[in-house]
Write a protein that binds this ligand. Structure first.
Ligand code: NI
Ligand code: MN
Length: 225
């Protein structure tokens, strides 16, 4: 499994040659101006919630790639009504896709499209694929529901928001990593806007002091699991 960070909360995940794109927000991110969205592969586009900093580039990329848009019922249907391929899910549900098993899990946040259209309830994803399991928290507060995840899935990586203001901060993400029983964390949802700028060294040290590993990728950077 290869995971590429495209800035903010956008991830490219490659499993068995299948390209999964999560929460595409690239053209609106000045820090990601070196990323060409026409180069990004997508067989699936997973959306945690409807906020524009997670959905801005969905239609452009889905039109070119014909990707299947996977999200909660309201978001997937919203794109379905516009003619895009889609797969509707809801909290607690799983589906076996060709890349692996995907579960839509609870996130504590809000979800509306930029025009005010209702975007259902926000979520995160657990992906079990190719002998590696990951949790993508989405935008969320620290929530006790995270404790349910390791009861079903032993995680190899937790992808957690750490920028505060709209989501968990670094300290809450450390507690979240305890809750999901995964000490290997990829941080996201930081630095894009003034409200969520963080000190990288400070964040990494706080994780290190708890015996945990916080990875912060450069935009365009990848890790192999
Ligand atoms: Ni959000
Ligand atoms: Mn966000």
């Amino acid at each position: 499994m290869k995971i590429t960070f495209y800035g903010h909360a956008c991830l490219g995940i490659e499993i068995k040659g299948i390209a999964i794109l999560v929460d595409p927000f690239i053209t609106g991110n000045p820090k990601a101006s070196h990323i060409d969205i026409n180069e990004i592969k997508a067989d699936y586009i997973l959306l945690t919630h409807a906020h524009q900093d997670h959905t801005l580039d969905v239609e452009t990329i889905a039109k070119r790639t014909n990707a299947v848009i996977v999200s909660n019922f309201e978001i997937a249907s919203y794109y379905g009504n516009k003619g895009f391929k889609n797969h509707t899910m809801n909290h607690g549900g799983s589906w076996n896709f060709d890349f692996g098993k995907l579960k839509y899990v609870i996130a504590l946040h809000t979800s509306s499209f930029a025009d005010g259209t209702y975007g259902g309830q926000p979520g995160g994803f657990v992906i079990e694929g190719e002998h590696k399991n990951i949790y993508i928290a989405g935008d969320t507060a620290l929530t006790m529901d995270m404790k349910l995840i390791p009861m079903r899935t032993k995680l190899d990586l937790a992808i957690l928001p750490i920028g505060s203001n709209f989501t968990m901060d670094v300290e809450d993400a450390i507690i979240a990593s305890d809750f999901v029983e995964c000490d290997k964390v990829l941080g996201y949802h930081f630095d894009t806007f003034g409200y969520i700028e963080i000190n990288h060294d400070d964040a990494k040290r706080k994780f290190f002091d708890k015996g945990k590993d916080l990875m912060l990728l450069d935009i365009g950077g990848s890790i192999e699991l």
